[in-house]
Ligand binder design. Structure first.
Ligand SMILES: [Zn+2]
Length: 398
């Protein structure tokens, strides 16, 4: 019989090395789902799949050329291909963008206030800050032939197929020759494709009062996604292979859209789910990164559960408490007032820039011992969620 470590290695090999980048809607994503569903079926679980259609991004190369030279600049996800020239118009604030009468024939360079964070995509279902909607509608009105975002932020600023704008992002430090009025050429490749996918789930025991164990199976189009998030999926599959009977009632949900503009797999699962039947959630995102431990944040938990989890974490070598953070799939539960534990790697937020969503996120960044330990720890954490008195009176976030 295979050991937990061998099982983890096999799942990581399939998801990261055989399949690789697996954006929802892509053929690679369907192969990753096929693997997960086969593993869950092989251990006798009833697999239920929640289908969806979406658009996905097939990346290409890109570069920006000015009188000072040429710099590689990959297209933003979902950017249409282009080969355009124009004079730069620089815009740093929403007010300046609003005041711009036309960008016809100009290359729009966004910077400063406009590039501090990613612009929420139009189709993102869970929130849309009004300031973001205003920037999107200004861009839709101006329709420049290309947009260059100069930023210190780690993610591309525009990542929205509904914008339909050719765009690329450069770090602030790469701002060479992009002064107002400068002549620039922007060449971007890549394509938006339509496709189908599904969120794979498996249940053990009745629906009512169940614990949802979740991890997102999808990745960005530009990364093999080992620590984000094949490692977490591997942990849940290895746990299922070990047997879920002791944790019942439980549902394993391999969300398929956490890193996708429209959260397609989350929406598909929520549409088929009565959240009042969910007792608690345990979500894994970004576990297993070498060089640190595993962190646990408790959200929407009653005080006694909060304390019990904290005390458990303090006793277990290599584990850390983390402040509640609202992102990833545990937020779906926490914001609905359902107790949620979020597992990730210690200091993960400081490490996101150089690693997450990049080709460097390979199995080499993982520490298998952390993943073996996570498989062993999950039944204990799940037991605390099962035994706790979880009323729904508490406000989320605590
Ligand atoms: Zn993730």
């Amino acid at each position: 019989m295979a050991t937990v470590r061998e099982r983890l290695e096999r799942h990581l090999h399939v998801l990261v090395e055989e399949v690789g980048a697996r954006p929802p809607g892509s053929p690679a994503n369907r192969r990753a789902c096929d693997h997960a569903a086969a593993v869950l079926r092989a251990v006798g679980l009833e697999v239920v799949e929640h289908p969806f259609t979406t658009r996905w991004w097939e990346p290409g190369d890109g570069w920006v050329e000015t009188t000072s030279g040429r710099v590689e600049s990959p297209p933003d996800p979902y950017s249409p291909a282009c080969d355009v020239r124009g004079h730069v118009v620089r815009v740093g604030t929403p007010e300046a963008l609003e005041a711009l009468a036309s960008a016809e024939g100009r290359i729009l360079v966004l910077h400063d206030e406009l590039t501090r964070e990613q612009l929420t995509p139009e189709a993102f279902p869970f929130l849309d800050p009004p300031a973001h909607a205003a920037v999107r509608s200004a861009l839709a009105r101006l329709r420049p032939p290309a947009v260059i975002s100069l930023t210190g932020h780690w993610e591309p600023i525009l990542e929205d197929p509904d914008l339909g704008l050719a765009s690329t992002t450069l770090p602030n430090a790469a701002d060479v020759g992009l002064a107002d009025g400068a002549e620039v050429r922007v060449v971007l490749e890549g394509a938006v494709r339509k496709g189908a996918g599904r969120t794979v789930t498996a249940r053990c025991g009745p629906r009512g009062g169940r614990l949802v164990l979740s991890a997102h199976l999808d990745s960005k189009a530009t990364t093999p996604g080992a620590f984000d998030n094949a490692a977490s999926v591997a942990v849940l599959l290895a746990l299922a292979e070990q047997g879920l009977e002791g944790l019942a009632p439980v549902e394993v949900v391999l969300f398929n859209g956490e890193d996708h503009f429209d959260a397609c797999g989350e929406v598909a699962w929520l549409a088929a789910t009565d959240l009042s039947e969910v007792r608690a959630n345990l979500n894994l995102d970004g576990v297993g990164l070498a060089g640190g431990g595993t962190s646990v944040a408790a959200l929407s938990c009653p005080p006694a559960l909060d304390e019990a989890v904290g005390a458990w974490v303090d006793r277990r070598p290599g584990w850390r408490r983390a402040e509640p953070w609202i992102a990833s799939d545990h937020a779906l539960f926490a914001l609905a007032g359902i107790p949620a534990l979020a597992l990730t790697s210690e200091d993960v937020h400081a490490l996101l820039g150089g690693l997450a969503h990049t080709p460097r996120d390979t199995v080499d960044v993982l520490d298998l011992d952390l993943l073996v330990d996570a498989v062993a720890a999950l039944p204990e954490l799940a037991g605390m969620l099962r035994d706790a008195d979880v009323g729904r009176s508490r406000a989320p976030g605590g």
